[in-house]
Structures are given as C-alpha cells and as structure tokens.
Design a protein around this ligand. Structure first.
Ligand code: 87F
Length: 507
C-alpha cells in the first residue's frame, strides 16, 4: 500500500474481526482505540488517501464537497459584509518574512523554504507562506492612502504550509492545509472590534448550524493569543473521546502592531496622519476533522445533512422472483422526485454488490439517510427510510416523500447537534481548587475554573501538568460568564479570580 505513515494496526486497542469477504467494517472501535479508529474512518470513508510525504494527505471528492458546502455559506456571508476575495502569491521573500521578526520568531522552525531550481541553488531562498501577513501588508501600505481607502477588507481561499513535527493527523494537523484568511484594515478600533465578533459568529454558525458541533465563543489568554496581535477570539470545540479541546477557528484584532511594522498609514478626515486598525481571521480544513471525530461511530463517518454531498442514497432490494425492473424504476423515480425538491439524492444501482454490502458501504461514508425499495414497498407504493445517526427505520408513502424526507433530514441535523452537545456538556467539570483540577484533568474533563488571568500562573499550570499526555492550558475565557461570587479565588494561584476560564489538554 502506498503512503509513508499509514498507521499500523496493533498496540493499544483490540483488533476486531473485519468481515473478510467484503473488506467492509472497521478494525478498531471509537472507544477502544480512538487514534486508529480515526485513521481508518477517514480512509475507508473515502475522505483521505495517505500520501508518501509525512503530514500530507490527498483530500478526495468526498472531503472536498464538505469543504465546498461550508465555503458556499461563508463566502456569501463575508460578501454581504463587503469583503472582497483576492489571491496573493504562495512565495514570500526572506526580507519581508523577517520584517516582523518578533511574531515570526516562535514560528520560524515551521517555515518551509525553496532553495533550488533544478540542480542550481537559488541565489536567495524563498519561503512558502505559513500565513499571509507578510505577503499582503506591504501592499496594504501602498494601497491605503486616505480615509476613503478604508475599510480595506480582503479574503483569500488558499493553501498554506507549516512544517509541523509533532504527530501529524489528517485534517487536524497536516503540513499543508486549505483555509480562508481574511485581512481587514479600518480607520477606528471600534469598527475592528465589531468585525472580530461578526466573523466569530459566522464561525460559530459553521460549527453549530452546518457541522452540528457545539462550540464556545471566547477570548484567548495572553499566552495563547496570536503574539502579533492585540487580542484573539476563538470558537472552541471538544472531543469527548480524547478529552481534548480543539480550537475551531480564530478571529484576531491585530490592533496597530502590523500597521507600525509595515507603515500602513492614512490621512484621516482632519488631515492628520493616522495608523490603521487591523483584524485577521481564519478557519481551515481542520473543521472536517473535528466533524469526523465528534460524529463518527463504529460503522464509519456520520455526515450532518447540511454539509453532506449526498443526503439520501436509494438502494434497490430485489428478490429473485420480484419485479426487478419495477424496483429499479421506482428507485430512479424516487431520486428524480428528491432531486427536483433540492435534496441531494442518488441511487446505487450497481449489480455486482448485494444490498447488504451497499448498506455498509454507505454507512461507512456517512450518508445521512438511506432509502430501501423492495417488492413489498413497490406493492404498497412506499419506501423504507433508515437514518444513519440512530438507525431508526420509517416507512414513507411515496405521496409524501419530499415532505417527510426533508423533515427527517432536519431531525437528523438537530439530533446530531443535540447528542454532541449532551456529550460535551457531560464532560464539563466546574472546579475551584488545584486538587479538583488535577483530578478532573485525569478524567479527561473540559474544566471550567475561576482564574486570576495572569500569564505567569498559566505558565505555572503548564509546568505543573507537563507529562506524556501533554500539558494543560487555557482554552478560552467564554464570553458567557457564569456568576463569579465576590471573594472567589483562582484555582491555581489562590489570588482573587477575575474570570471563569476553560482549561484542558488540547490538539
Ligand atoms: C507558522 C509559521 C509562521 C501561525 C505560523 O490566525 C508564522 C505563523 O504567524 C503564524 N503559524 N501563525 C499565526 C497566524 C495568525 C493569523 N494569520 C491570518 C491567523 C488568522 C489568519
């Protein structure tokens, strides 16, 4: 098999018997060996193919279609906000990259460089963008002259490269990934502040309305924020199986730091020279990995209807002496009716696979609803619908097909969110003391603790929890704050607490 780092089976959890004849089924369960389960699900679900460069993955049409469905929503929403799309080059000259040394410092080991063309060394090596601040901002400086040039709101859909060294995982941590990066400049801080939250709300909607994943909106700590910016907001998700938080997307207010570095100045209405206020914001193909981790089960992927390329798969169930042609025609007619109503449906009419094999195959791929049509259904002018999320079976009269399928898809979407939220909420542990914190961390909890909000204290928490599993860190200070009674102490320092903050291990 191709693929340099295809995860090997063995170690950790028990290997389950794979159905030999068909090759269907997974060798690991989600609860027994989450890591192996995940690797297998993304490959067998046809989202990913492993590649012969570590940390790089082929995104197959099944994954890209999900990406495109999110992109269609987000792109339309930012256009309503007057953001324009653009495209800047992949390559960065070393001079510009160094310009913002301070912020790049910690990231430098992850920057990949082109040093040769053919056999000859380049005179000056060229970096591949890990993010595009240094690529774009010299031109912001050129394009922004007066207050009439503001706001400048640009976005690009592109790939970026970060040469990560720790444990690559498809979608979650890969060396090349797809994202959108928005970079905006305003005359006032107020406008920038407003946009940060507007974008964050779109990210919440991508997760909650499209991917059916509950997220928490909040602010990053000083230690965890983007060092080049003023403050960072994020949506944070949680993976119950591993007990890890995961940053879903970020929306930064950069303040005037980059404006200073890149001299992005303008003449304001009073004719004075002023500096712009900037934001940047991004979400990436990591979203797809979070979706797989949260909703997937021991039968494979589970796709929320709103992002699934295929919402309904129609499967004929002929018997030897049945009217096979009649069944096939009913399948085709069902697909046509659903398609006309704007539902993404297809029939699996392959004659070299049994209905049972097809059921497993489409379950592995996570299609939200399966429709089976057999002789009895044909006779009764009905179809049988089977939900991927809970296996529930319903007989639907063909007269009310569209109406009922729409309703079921809505119910599936809602149920996926409700179940995910219930599981996430069950993991939340409110702690007040260090002892409670350590216990909760050992139980893979999502910890909510009163905190003094001091950088040194967070460093101390990291140091005191360092170990094989990785240190605990702050995930975010949620905007929605529970009441903090007067006199509440910080769980880690004993100083007066300022905020409730989420803590845990994270991706
Ligand atoms: C890796 C190498 C070099 C993250 C890096 O979040 C530089 C960087 O600047 C780097 N990894 N970052 C921070 C990216 C900040 C910011 N960029 C625009 C975003 C949103 C989109």
């Amino acid at each position: 098999m191709a693929g340099g780092e295809q995860k090997k089976s063995g170690g950790g959890g028990k290997k389950k018997e794979v159905k030999k004849e068909t090759g269907l089924g997974l060798s690991f369960t989600k609860d027994e060996n989450f890591g192996e389960w995940y690797s297998e699900v993304v490959v067998n679900g046809e989202m990913i193919e492993y590649y012969d460069i570590s940390g790089c993955y082929i995104l197959r049409p099944w994954a890209i279609s999900i990406w495109e469905n999110m992109q269609t929503f987000f792109d339309a929403e930012i256009k309503k906000m007057k953001v324009k799309n653009c495209y800047f080059p992949l390559f960065v000259s070393p001079g510009v990259l160094q310009k913002e040394k301070d912020h790049i410092e910690g990231f430098a080991p992850e920057v990949a460089w082109v040093t040769k063309s053919g056999e000859s060394e380049l005179e000056v090596p060229i970096a591949i963008r890990p993010t595009s601040e240094t690529v774009m901002y010299p031109y912001y400086s050129k394009w922004i002259r007066g207050h009439r040039d503001l706001p400048l709101k640009l976005n690009q859909w592109c790939n970026v490269v970060r040469w990560e060294f720790s444990n690559p995982t498809p979608f979650i941590r890969s060396r090349e990934f797809l994202w959108q990066e928005g970079h905006t400049a305003f005359a006032t801080k107020e406008e920038a502040d407003t946009e940060v939250l507007q974008i964050l709300e779109l990210y919440r909607r991508i997760y909650e309305e499209f991917l059916a994943i509950p997220v928490t909106k909040g602010r990053k700590s000083e230690l965890e924020k983007f060092a080049g910016g003023l403050y960072t907001t994020s949506v944070e998700a949680f993976i119950p199986n591993t007990g890890r938080g995961i940053q879903g997307a970020t929306s930064h207010c950069l303040g005037q730091n980059f404006a200073k570095m890149f001299e992005i100045n303008f003449e304001n209405e009073k004719g004075e020279k002023a500096m712009v206020w900037q934001n940047s914001w991004a979400y990436s193909t990591r979203t797809i990995g979070v979706m797989v981790m949260v909703h997937g089960d021991d039968k494979g992927l589970v796709l929320p209807p709103k992002v699934a390329a295929l919402q309904v798969i129609v499967i004929p169930v002929p018997y030897k002496d049945a009217d096979t042609q009649g069944i096939f025609d009913a399948c085709a007619a069902t697909v046509a009716t659903l398609s006309d109503a704007g539902i993404c449906a297809e029939a699996d009419l392959r004659d070299n696979y049994s209905p049972g094999w097809k059921y497993s195959n489409w379950e592995m791929k996570g299609v939200p609803l399966r429709i089976e049509i057999g002789p009895r259904d044909l006779a009764n002018n009905q179809v049988r619908a089977v939900r991927r999320d809970n296996g529930a079976k319903t007989d639907i009269s063909r007269a009310s097909l569209v109406e009922q399928v729409k309703e079921m898809l809505d119910k599936i979407q809602q149920n996926l969110f409700d179940v995910a939220k219930q599981k996430r909420d069950a993991c939340v542990e409110v702690v007040k003391t260090w002892e409670e914190f350590v216990t909760a961390l050992g139980q893979k909890k999502l910890i909510l603790a009163p905190w003094c909000d001091e950088e040194e204290v967070e460093k101390d928490v990291k140091a005191r929890t360092k170990g094989e599993m990785g240190a605990a860190k702050s995930l975010c200070t949620p905007f929605e704050q529970p009441e903090l009674p007067e006199g509440t102490k910080c769980f880690a320092s004993g100083k007066p607490a300022k905020k409730w903050t989420y803590w845990g291990r994270s991706y």
